[in-house]
Design a protein around this ligand. Structure first.
Ligand SMILES: [Mn+2]
Length: 396
């Protein structure tokens, strides 16, 4: 990465957009100063700070005074609490750069972080590019970096973001260790996108409140509507991962439901299966977002799952399939291999930290254990000390 040369004249310029709500003075200013100190002058159009109606004293006059002495820094104030999505869009609406670079308000940009992001977008306008997120220690604020290789983003059926190691098939596509890595989802706050492409994609769902869910919804939409989401291994930005959420995030549920309703087609049932209480919650009107999806002729969620996220389609198209026992059956548990129908339900199994593949983790009925050093999978009741005669071997 250090040897890579960039032709600054050819790269697009960027507006860095940072929304904040009641952020601490030190972390917010650290973010701003690090952007100014590590971004080549010719590439940085401006830094736009959006105050999402904070009430802490230090973020009022004192902040305005501090920032007025800095070049390129603009401060916008929301007139009411807008939440992350609308606050970011407020910043984007006044941005003058070719590329929008969104950052959280508790980051530290690392030398050389910006050039790879802009270079990639110049190469491919429909690429949305994330930096590698380094860790800043929550207690000492020390920049710890990131041990090992970058990871890519995924999600589970509760619509919680998950990290994954780069799969072999993706490694095989890379011609160099500093190539971009395609990622099914993004963790959240940190990415660069062409301003024009962001608008074409329908920016963010403004029906989302406060925080949460917008990262997965945007990730799904990027892929389904023709773009790519990537991580650039040469771009590093440190981020403070808080131990607990600094403010209430109860709106995240409704936001996730909007993501499920708009993007996930029949697979939203898997989300509701994992969040049964969500069925009772209001999530607002998504008609416009569905129309946007139709107008852009976006692909369906099945395509996203099969092409972008999951490339393992079971054992040659066969999946575990659980048939609940009826009274006449003596041998109780019936797990068979059956052609994958892709709808979850009786083919919905989860791999647990106990190294078991479980059916119905909320009310476990049946487990498939992977036994060390054996090729066979063992099926048993989900209890400890299962007698030998209650185990079932599944042969491929
Ligand atoms: Mn953050």
């Amino acid at each position: 990465c250090k040897e890579k040369k960039y032709n600054y004249e050819n790269l697009p310029s960027t507006s860095v957009v940072i929304a904040f709500y009641n952020e601490a003075w030190s972390t917010l200013l650290r973010t701003v100063y690090s952007v100014l100190e590590t971004s080549p002058d010719i590439l940085l159009e401006e830094v736009i700070l959006v105050d999402d109606y904070s009430d802490r004293e230090h973020l009022k006059e004192r902040l305005a005074n501090e920032l007025s002495r800095l070049p390129k820094v603009r401060l916008l104030r929301a007139g009411k609490r807008e939440g992350l999505v609308r606050a970011r869009l407020l910043g984007a609406s006044v941005a003058r750069g070719d590329v929008l670079t969104f950052l959280d308000c508790h980051c530290e940009c690392h030398e050389g972080w910006l050039e790879p992001l802009l270079q990639r977008i110049q190469e491919k306008e429909s690429a949305v590019v994330c930096p590698v997120i380094d860790v800043i220690d929550w207690n000492t604020f020390e920049y710890l970096g990131n041990s090992g290789e970058p990871q890519i983003g995924g999600f589970d059926w509760r619509l919680v973001f998950t990290w994954h190691v780069v799969p072999q098939r993706e490694r095989d596509l890379m011609q160099s260790p500093i190539d971009v890595i395609r990622s099914p989802t993004m963790a959240g706050g940190l990415f660069a996108v062409s301003k024009r492409y962001f608008e074409y994609l329908g920016s963010y769902d403004t029906g989302m409140e406060v925080w949460g869910g917008e990262n997965l919804e945007f990730s799904f939409r990027i892929w389904q509507c023709g773009g790519t989401l990537e991580t650039h291994p040469c771009s590093h930005v440190g981020h403070v991962f808080p131990k607990q959420a600094p403010y209430s995030r109860t709106k995240a549920l409704a936001n996730s439901m909007r993501a499920a309703e708009v993007c996930m087609d029949e697979y939203k049932e898997l989300y509701y299966y994992q969040n049964p209480w969500a069925r009772m919650e209001p999530f607002g009107d998504v008609t416009e977002r569905k129309m946007l999806r139709a107008n852009l002729q976006c692909k369906d969620f099945k395509w996203f799952l099969e092409t972008v996220y999951l490339q393992n389609k079971g054992l040659n198209g066969y999946c575990f399939d659980y048939n609940p026992p009826n009274e006449n059956q003596v041998d109780g548990l019936q797990v068979i291999l059956y052609p994958c129908h892709g709808m979850g339900q009786n083919q919905f199994f989860e791999y647990t930290s106990k190294k078991e593949i479980r059916y119905n983790t909320r009310q476990p009925e049946a487990c498939v254990a992977v036994e060390e050093g054996k090729d066979d999978l063992v099926m048993h009741l989900c209890e400890d000390h299962v007698p030998e005669d209650q185990k079932f071997i599944l042969h491929e």
